[in-house]
Ligand binder design. Structure first.
Ligand code: ZN
Length: 72
């Protein structure tokens, strides 16, 4: 399957599907999320220019719900 609208971050190994409006991020575990969620949980910690999710404009606003919530 070659789907040009899907990108895989070579650093994080996460799939990003190009969508109208905001892109959809497919995580290895759990429900799909947004670029903001991916950034807050994964790409934020990556210091590697190969990461495809480091563009602030594409990421958009990161909200508190985008961060990991430790299990209470
Ligand atoms: Zn990444």
């Amino acid at each position: 399957m070659s789907d040009s609208s899907t990108q895989i971050c070579p650093v994080c190994g996460v799939k990003i599907q190009k969508m109208i409006g905001s892109d959809r991020v497919v995580f290895a575990h759990g429900p799909a999320g947004t670029r903001a969620k991916l950034w807050a949980r994964v790409c934020k910690f990556v210091d590697n220019s190969q990461c495809i999710n480091q563009d602030e404009k594409a990421i958009g606003a990161v909200t508190t719900t985008d961060y990991y919530k430790p299990l209470a």
